[in-house]
Design a protein around this ligand. Structure first.
Ligand code: Q46
Ligand code: ZN
Length: 300
C-alpha cells in the first residue's frame, strides 16, 4: 500500500482492515454495538466485505438486497442475488430481499423506459429507487443505521465530479455520515477511507465469492471516467486520492471549504404518500414515478 508506505502479509492485512474500520466508525461516530445496523448488499466485493467486517467486529448487522431486475446479458441481478444469499447462508446471517418488480409491478429497466428519465440509461431511476427502498426498509424494520460499501475510489470520484461541475450543495452534503431526518435513515460509509484495491484484496483473502462483473449499465458512466482520471493521478502521486478526500473532510469540518455558507439548501417537506423528505412539490420523485408507471399500465 504505497499511499501508507506499508506492506502487510495476509494475516496482518486481514487484521488491519477491521482495526482500521473500527477506528473510522469511532472517529466519525457512525454507530455503536447497541444499535441495529442494516447493510445494503449488492453481491459485490465492497458490500459483502463490509458485512463480513462488521460481523467480525461484533456488530448487530443484517443485510438488505434489492432485486432490480437487471438481467440483460450477464444475468447481473440473478447472479448478484445468488452470491448475496450464499454469503448470508454460509455465515448464518439474515438477508432481507426486496424485489422491485414484485413491490411495484415493474423492474428498473421498465420503470426507466416509462419515466423517460436518464437518456436511455436506467441509472437515474435505479439510484432513485435504491435510495427510496433502502430508507423505507430501514425505517419499517426498525434499523438505527443504514451502512453502504462505498470505498475511497467511489467517494473521491463523486467529490471530483461535483468539484469539476462546482455543485456546491452536493459538495457540502458529502460526508461519511448523513444524520437521519424526516423519514430518512441515518446513513454511514465505514469503508470510505479504503482504496478499492484494498477491498478487492480483503474479499479475495477472506475467500468471499462476489460478482466480478459490473452492472452492464455502468459501462461508460461518468463515475468510471472520473475514477480512471483519479487513477492516473494516483499512479503518478501515490496517496493523491486519499489526500484529496481527507483534506476535503478536514476543510469541511473546520469551515474552510471556500463555499459560501448560504448556498441555498432546498426546502424539504415529507412526501404525503411515503413520508420521506423531498424537495419536489407534493409527492416525492419516487412516488410520482410509480404513479406514472401505474397510470401507463392502466392505459395499455
Ligand atoms: S446498478 Fe443501477 Fe448502478 Fe446499474 S443501473 Fe446504473 S445505478 S450502473 S451503481
Ligand atoms: Zn414518496
Amino acid at each position: 500500500m504505497r499511499q501508507h508506505k506499508l506492506a502487510l502479509c495476509k494475516d496482518h492485512f486481514l487484521e488491519w482492515i477491521p482495526e482500521q474500520t473500527e477506528r473510522f466508525i469511532k472517529k466519525y461516530e457512525m454507530f455503536t454495538h447497541e444499535q441495529k445496523i442494516l447493510v445494503a448488499v449488492s453481491g459485490g466485493k465492497d458490500s459483502l466485505s463490509l458485512w463480513d467486517i462488521l460481523v467480525r467486529l461484533g456488530y448487530q448487522v443484517d443485510g438488505l438486497y434489492l432485486a432490480l431486475g437487471i438481467n440483460e446479458g450477464i444475468n447481473y441481478s440473478h447472479e448478484s442475488q445468488r452470491l448475496s444469499q450464499k454469503f448470508a447462508d454460509e455465515n448464518n446471517l439474515k438477508l432481507h430481499v426486496v424485489d422491485i418488480e414484485k413491490e411495484y409491478g415493474k423492474n428498473i429497466p421498465q420503470l426507466s423506459v416509462i419515466s423517460h428519465r436518464g437518456e436511455g440509461r436506467p441509472c437515474a431511476v435505479c439510484g432513485l429507487a435504491k435510495r427510496h427502498e433502502m430508507n423505507r426498509i430501514a425505517r419499517d424494520l426498525g434499523y438505527d443505521v443504514l451502512a453502504t460499501g462505498h470505498n475511497l475510489d467511489d467517494e473521491a470520484a463523486v467529490l471530483f465530479g461535483n468539484t469539476l461541475n462546482w455543485l456546491s450543495e452536493y459538495i457540502l452534503r458529502q460526508s461519511p455520515v448523513l444524520p437521519s431526518s424526516n423519514g430518512l435513515a441515518r446513513k454511514v460509509k465505514p469503508l470510505c477511507r479504503f482504496y478499492e484495491r484494498e477491498m478487492t484484496a480483503y474479499a479475495i483473502l477472506r475467500g468471499i465469492e462476489y460478482i466480478y462483473e459490473e452492472c452492464p449499465f455502468a459501462d461508460g458512466s461518468q463515475s468510471i471516467f472520473y475514477k480512471e482520471a483519479l487513477n492516473q493521478l494516483e499512479t503518478a502521486r501515490p496517496g493523491a486520492k486519499l489526500i484529496f478526500y481527507l483534506n476535503f473532510l478536514e476543510a469541511k469540518k473546520s469551515g474552510n471549504l471556500f463555499i459560501e455558507k448560504n448556498v441555498e439548501m432546498q426546502h424539504l417537506h415529507p412526501c404525503p404518500r411515503c413520508g420521506q423528505s423531498t424537495s419536489t412539490p407534493d409527492l416525492c420523485s419516487f412516488c410520482r414515478m410509480i404513479e406514472k408507471a401505474n397510470a401507463t399500465s392502466t392505459l395499455l
